[in-house]
Design a binder for this molecule. Structure first.
Ligand code: ADP
Ligand code: MG
Length: 626
């Protein structure tokens, strides 16, 4: 334990120093950026910086939807164009009004269009989403070309020439863009720290799983899309004014989107400053290629080569690569999980304030908590679940057994809506839930662990637990994720399952058994009434199996209901009552462990003759005691 603490604090110290070095660099770079127009009137470099600023804003916005939420968009440049056109159209129609007045409206236009794109994103992910964003970009371009009365078509629009003194020619554009970039960075920084940000990372890591721990997918994704575009639209407005001439070919050029994406990838898509750094690398490079290498194809070759090099050699981007190099030099590769041990587990009584734990009254005949009625699910011709029906009484530890492939996991998937059922009914605490989304089911008290654990791999253990959202509220989305009562509850839960020592480790670094424990803590964070466990004792060592059944028993004594799929028969027969047996997607038998073991159909199909003799003896004392 002592070794762990020492190493943990060493890790913290180097992280702490790094943050300050990073901040110092940011402050110096920021000061240089602010002073440059005053120090030098070189218009070539001013122009280069102005373009870099536009890309930095676009890339930082993109980092919300692509870096955090994992939705790769090649349409980000469209928001620059939409902003430019909003300002262009309004400025040419109202020549007497200051052009700057239209810049916020450029943000509104971008947000409105992003809202629509966000709704599209609810239906598509992965490569199909990328294609949709490219199509979206071309669609907007086609509209700009053909809606001549509004946009002037291919001839483009000429904006009013700035009226201020030539001495400070570019300053207003320059400083407005610096201001917008500061706002964009603030927005991105803030979102990363909120519950919304944690939800977005969860969506990136495993969207289906995110829904089962209560994350409202459509709301979070749509907010992310809007947040990633508002300020980009404003920057596009300033950019259009700066150019004084805009046309569809330039403003909706796919190269703007490609360059934005490249800036994000070069700098580091999951970092705050990466996109800025990337923009200030990629844009000057573009400028150089244009002027010295004859532009055109050479430029494309350069971009393509850069992209390949980044993907091959620095997949995380420049900034994270530098960070891990510095970290490695400081710790000489000594950091890691060495010494951290699974704890003996905390006491549940410490959690009575966090979880709605009630002592069960054994005298009362419990009502059904979960009722599954005639559920069906076919994969093509294979009927995985074929008319399954079962009841889980409130306060019980109900077992679900059956041979491999009998549909147990699929049944769980239907109950928590990881997969949509073909037909049948699911009732939870007297409410029909089969038309509800996964997150609504989670908010109503349904928690579920997976046969192959599904933690959010790039999050820390603590973040994984905090990511679970017990209910939905708009206000909660803006709250800082790892803080206050919720973070303390998460720590207590980690203590309970014995994983507190691993609090700050990435989930991907954990062993299989450790992942199972963290996933249990994560699900408990939902304060569920019913917990579905898919093979909790599968693939973990015997000590952990005992601890697992001890926790289940203890949680149950405080009123938590369980439905458990498990192959380890002594585990099931010692713990569960009633037990349901599934065969070919249908409930074959239900009863007490003793009844199940005697049922000839079950013995024949599943348990086998040898098994009964052995486990009947093993289970007998437990029956007598209960
Ligand atoms: P169990 O958990 O009882 O071992 P499963 O529910 O995982 O069984 O699988 C039941 C049957 O459904 C198996 O034959 C399996 O191959 C099939 N199956 C499960 N999920 C899918 C899927 N997503 N697509 C196609 N077939 C599936
Ligand atoms: Mg299974």
């Amino acid at each position: 334990m002592n070794a762990t603490t020492a190493e943990e604090s060493a890790g913290h110290r180097s992280g702490f120093d790094l943050i300050w070095v990073g901040r110092l660099i940011a402050v110096v770079a920021g000061a240089l950026l602010l002073l440059y127009p005053v120090l030098s009137d070189n218009l070539y470099y001013q122009n280069m910086i102005i373009l870099s600023l536009v890309f930095a804003i676009a890339a930082s916005g993109l980092s919300i939807i692509t870096g955090l939420a994992g939705y790769v968009s090649l349409g980000q440049g469209a928001f620059i164009g939409l902003g430019g056109y909003t300002v262009g159209i309004l400025a040419t129609r109202h020549p007497d009004t200051s052009v700057w007045l239209w810049v916020p409206l450029a943000g509104v236009t971008a947000a409105a269009v992003a809202l629509i794109l966000g709704f599209v994103a609810l239906r598509a992910r992965g490569p199909s989403f990328v294609i949709i964003t490219v199509a979206f970009l071309f669609l907007v371009q086609v509209i700009a070309i053909n809606w001549r009365s509004l946009t002037g078509g291919t001839e483009g629009l000429s904006l009013p020439i700035p009226t201020w003194s030539r001495d400070i020619a570019n300053w207003p554009f320059y400083y407005t863009l610096v201001g917008i970039l500061a706002l964009q960075l603030l927005l991105t920084w803030w979102i990363r720290r909120t519950k919304l940000g944690t939800g977005l990372v969860a969506i990136r890591e495993d969207e289906t799983k995110a829904a089962t721990v209560g994350i409202n997918l459509p709301v979070e994704k749509i907010i992310a899309f809007v947040a990633s575009s508002v300020l980009v639209g404003m920057a596009g407005g300033v950019y259009g004014y700066y150019l004084t001439f805009i046309d569809p070919r330039g403003m909706f050029n796919i190269l703007l989107s490609v360059e934005t994406m490249l800036a994000l990838l070069v700098g580091g898509k999951a970092t705050l400053w990466g996109p800025v750094l990337g923009a200030f690398i990629v844009e000057p490079l573009n400028e150089y290629a244009n002027n010295n290498l004859g532009g055109g194809n050479t430029r494309l070759l350069l971009f393509g080569g850069l992209l390949i090099a980044i993907v091959l050699f620095l997949p995380q981007g420049v900034l994270p690569a530098v960070e891990s190099l510095v970290n490695w030099v400081r710790t000489r590769g000594k950091a890691g999980l060495v010494g951290a041990r699974i704890g003996t587990g905390g006491s549940l009584s410490a959690l009575t304030e966090r979880l709605s734990l009630v002592e069960r009254d054994p005298a009362v005949d419990p009502p059904p908590l979960l009722e599954v009625k005639d559920l069906h699910k076919a994969f093509g011709g294979l009927k995985a679940v074929d008319g399954a029906s079962l009841v889980v009484p409130e306060g019980s530890i109900t077992g679900l057994i059956g041979p491999n492939g009998s549909g147990k996991t699929t049944l769980f998937n239907l109950i928590d809506h990881t997969i949509h059922a073909d037909s049948g009914e699911i009732w939870l605490a007297g409410e029909r839930i089969d038309r509800l989304s996964s997150w609504s089911r989670a908010h109503r008290g349904l928690g579920r662990t997976f046969q192959i654990t599904r933690l959010f791999r790039e999050m820390t253990v603590l973040e994984n637990v905090v990511a679970a959202q017990r209910s939905f509220s708009w206000g909660q989305l803006g709250r800082i994720a790892v803080s206050g009562a919720e973070a303390r509850a998460a720590e207590d839960l980690l203590e309970y399952v014995g994983m507190r020592a691993f609090r700050d480790q990435k989930a991907r670094a954990l062993s299989y058994g450790q992942q199972k424990l963290v996933e249990l803590a994560q699900v408990l964070m939902l304060d569920p009434r019913l917990i579905l466990l898919d093979e909790p004792a599968g693939g973990i060592n015997p000590v952990l199996i005992d601890r697992m059944s001890e926790m289940i028993r203890e949680l149950n004594s405080y009123g938590k209901t369980f439905l458990i799929v498990e192959h380890n028969m002594p585990f099931v027969l010692g713990l569960c009552d009633p037990v349901h047996v599934l065969g070919r997607g249908r409930t074959m038998a239900s009863g007490t462990p003793a009844e199940i073991q005697k049922d000839p159909a079950v013995v024949d199909a599943y348990l086998g003759d040898d098994f009964v003799l052995e486990s009947a003896d093993a289970a007998a004392p437990q029956e007598a005691s209960s």
